[in-house]
Design a protein around this ligand. Sequence first.
Ligand SMILES: NC(=O)c1ccc[n+]([C@@H]2O[C@H](COP(=O)([O-])OP(=O)(O)OC[C@H]3O[C@@H](n4cnc5c(N)ncnc54)[C@H](O)[C@@H]3O)[C@@H](O)[C@H]2O)c1
Length: 383
Amino acid sequence: MTRETVRIAMNGVTGRMGHRPHLVRSILALRDEGGLDLGDGTVLWPEPVLVGRRGHALRALAEQHGLEHWSTDLDAVLADPAVGIYFDAQVTSAREEAIKKAIAAGKHIYTEKPTATSLDGALELARLAAEKGVRHGVVQDKLFLPGLRKLKRLVDGGFFGRILSIRGEFGYWVFEGDWQPAQRPSWNYRAEDGGGIVLDMFPHWEYVLHELFGRVTSVQALTATHIPQRWDERGKPYDATADDAAYGVFELAGGAIAQINSSWAVRVNRDELVEFQVDGTEGSAVAGLRTCRVQHRSATPKPVWDPDFPAAYSFRDQWQEVPDNADFGNAFKAQWELFLRHVYAGAPYHWDLLAGARGVQLAELGLKSAAQGRRLDLPEIAL
Ligand SMILES: NC(=O)c1ccc[n+]([C@@H]2O[C@H](COP(=O)([O-])OP(=O)(O)OC[C@H]3O[C@@H](n4cnc5c(N)ncnc54)[C@H](O)[C@@H]3O)[C@@H](O)[C@H]2O)c1
């Protein structure tokens, strides 16, 4: 076995996403396993270079994890020929500029979503990367979660018959920050800083719907800012200018209709923080992050509407758990592995900047639909 070191510039690693899911649970977890075996006698050894604005925070993080390389100078890191990949988990508003620099420096790109704050910006990144000939990937972690992988397995196995509808429920209560600190960063609630639940979540819904059920062909959304004032990380009140809830209806190629509620102002009375119910002519399923339950046509009860009597049985008990039948691993790490195999072993990979741009398109048209109060078609995008 030969060990090949891959230096990965990781920008935004002091943040919520950059630190846990990407640095600790993906890159450092791969190192704990001895690297990534490419199957051709080579083991890739990921060597993170922590990049950010605050030197003291980066130094502390590097020391905490026993890492050697960190820098506050992105240009210098990108000028280093030993760095092969640029990864971006910064705040959304800082992403485009940094990725453009990284493409210009000839680095392969891996990035959090949304890839940009506008469709034009997202498409430009995809075009620049194609012109430069670098490889690129966008985080689409939900596809690699056990619950959704089991749901995809059901779709691929023909369990549903003709799929009629998908109903998604996402959200939880995000504290305002006054009497209990908020559990999400305050920029998420300011439109001027790239916040808003549509820009955050519609990119996820685009790839989930597209890959499992069919391309989104139209969107109709109603957005709200249910909580108009919040308190930031320093306890200072601010105006919440971004949408904190979105109620969306999506038409899909193939004829299914999806309806997804996304909200940071709901209290959870579900088994998981996101759940999708899929109804088809032959059966139905409810999938969350980890679990998936089904009810086949042959086992469907016949409820009769009669509110004068209590329900005769527990509807929830009439569903059957889909077994894992596999070890799915961490969703972010699974996608990192596929991306590294794509870059260093030429494996196929389609979750790229063009796929990321489709997510930005859905967010952009979702917001436009809400502003105009009408349903909008989604044209297919291409480079
Ligand atoms: N894939 C997912 O499920 C998922 C979930 C949440 C967030 N995200 C995405 O990840 C990205 C980061 O989100 P997060 O929740 O980790 O945010 P965060 O605020 O916790 O972290 C942001 C990071 O960007 C850095 N940064 C760079 N420029 C900045 C600036 N001008 N102002 C403030 N911080 C700046 C911060 O230092 C920090 O390291 C966002 O683009 C978000 O959409 C993805």
